[in-house]
Design a protein around this ligand. Structure first.
Ligand code: URP
Ligand code: ZN
Ligand code: ZN
Ligand code: ZN
Length: 459
């Protein structure tokens, strides 16, 4: 099978030019002007942009969490991702405390393998670092799971203490991986949740007020300090605020690098959404949405190279599932649906509104995640020999986000009625046309588990 894409405007993290792309099998074979090669499929991309397929390194599909499961399966979640131009996701395996990493990985792969429509990999969330877990790190890296997630919050379920964190960092460094973290102070949050509940303050607003900026700034600084001490690579997931950004900016003066990921919601939505009775539960996530000044700081952080990745933390629940916390904000399943709209939102709100450049758009939506997590140059760029994961995009087409037209398995949209400029037209995954004109052309099992390489922490 071969595909020839004619006259597209090819945008990578560093280039911007018009050319033809010839694909043979799963890979890009040739890029050049006026290629006259015979192909099974011909795509006319005149007037359109071509980006590397998006990589969302922070999603939770079919995840057991807070007494329920996130509502997108690997099938519905990765299909929705493809509709939005994201060809690969990295999900999180959660170790059960007292059990092995191997068993957890087996469990997660049993839900994903043969189900996912787009490509996928996993981070391993270590929730119990002990002598047995330590021995498994090497094995995980050999399996292509080269990033290890920790939670500094969710006390009593997922949280690790600093002793475990430092031990994990040392071992992961030795084996060629990277430690990532949910950086908020679990003890402080636990205190504030209990305090608000004891005062009868039970609405979604108190979810927000139980996780003030200081809880994230403190944990981000602590994580950066431990990374500095262990000299291991580090990455903070879903960074939301100026205080956390300041903490990692400070760490750069030690000539160390802590990578930072923000998520599309923290760039586009703010905490005023919590000021409405239970409706605010739609945006209950951890960390919570912040203030306008934090959005400005995050956009600036992207341009300053302090924030390398824009992900989603896609963790959808239906409105019925959100009702679990109707009488108590601390029982609202945390997370919101976004996997489908990350690229289009980032393009419209970032590129069209003049906040980031086209090259920066590619960098933070695809290339940097590929580099940080050991996928580059197989994924994350448009180059000879790379996987032909391509997003053909109409930069001027306008559309409106709605639950009536989205493909995620949730009965509400967190961005209902948002008018965007720029729309996905055609998506290719490993040389195959998977989305064309609002139609998905492949089914369950089309996605592949991608083994990742060792990582260095330098990109
Ligand atoms: O609210 C969130 N973020 N839910 C998913 C779990 C996590 O903390 O990433
Ligand atoms: Zn988290
Ligand atoms: Zn998450
Ligand atoms: Zn325009």
């Amino acid at each position: 099978m071969s595909v020839l894409i004619k006259n597209g405007r090819i945008i990578t993290a560093s280039e911007d030019y018009v050319a033809d792309i010839f694909i043979e099998g799963e890979k890009i074979k040739t890029i050049g002007r006026d290629l006259s090669l015979q192909a099974d499929e011909l795509i006319d991309a005149q007037g359109l942009m071509i980006f590397p397929g998006g990589i969302d390194p922070h999603v939770h599909l079919d995840m057991p969490f807070m007494g329920t499961f996130s509502s997108d399966s690997y099938e519905t979640g990765t299909r929705a991702a493809l509709y939005g131009g994201t060809t690969m996701v990295i999900d999180f395996v959660l170790q059960t405390q007292g059990d092995s990493l191997k068993n957890a990985l087996k469990d997660w792969r049993s839900r994903a393998d043969g189900t996912a429509v787009g490509d996928y990999s996993f981070h391993m969330a270590v929730t119990d670092f002990n002598p047995e877990t330590k021995l498994e790190i090497k094995e995980m890296v050999e399996e292509g799971i080269t990033s290890f997630k920790t939670f500094m919050a969710y006390k009593g379920s997922l949280m690790v203490d600093d002793r475990q964190m430092v031990g994990l960092m040392e071992e992961v460094k030795k084996q060629g991986g990277i430690v990532t973290t949910h950086a908020t102070n679990g003890d402080m949050i636990d205190f504030l949740v209990a305090k608000h509940k004891s005062e009868g303050k039970l609405s979604p607003l108190y979810h927000y007020l139980s996780q003030p900026e200081i809880t994230e700034a403190e944990a981000s600084a602590r994580f950066a300090d431990m990374i500095s001490y262990t000299k291991s690579p580090g990455y903070i997931v879903h960074m939301t605020c100026q205080g956390a950004l300041d903490a990692i900016r400070d760490s750069t003066f030690r000539n160390q690098k802590v990578f930072a990921e923000t998520c599309i919601q923290y760039l586009t939505l703010d905490a005023s959404l919590y000021e409405q009775d239970f409706e605010g539960a739609k945006w209950v996530m951890s960390p919570p949405l912040r203030e306008k000044k934090d959005q400005t700081a995050l956009w600036a952080g992207i341009n300053q190279g302090l924030v390398q990745v824009v992900a989603t933390d896609h963790c959808p629940f239906t409105w019925e599932q959100k009702q679990l916390g109707k009488a108590d904000f601390s029982k609202i399943p945390n997370g919101h649906p976004a996997i489908e709209h990350r690229m289009e939102l980032l393009f419209s709100e970032g590129v069209h509104s003049g906040k980031i450049s086209l090259n920066k758009f590619v960098e933070v939506s695809s290339t940097n995640a590929a580099k940080i997590f050991g996928l580059f140059p197989q994924k994350g760029t448009i180059g000879i020999g790379s996987d032909a994961d391509l997003l053909i995009f109409d930069p001027e087409m306008e559309h409106v986000i709605s639950v009536d037209t989205h493909h995620m398995n949730t009965d509400y949209s967190a961005y209902e009625g948002w008018k965007l400029k720029g729309k996905v037209k055609t998506v290719l995954l490993r040389g195959k046309i998977v989305i064309d004109q609002n139609e998905c052309l492949v089914g369950k099992g089309n996605g592949r588990f991608i083994k990742r390489k060792k990582v260095t922490g330098i990109i």
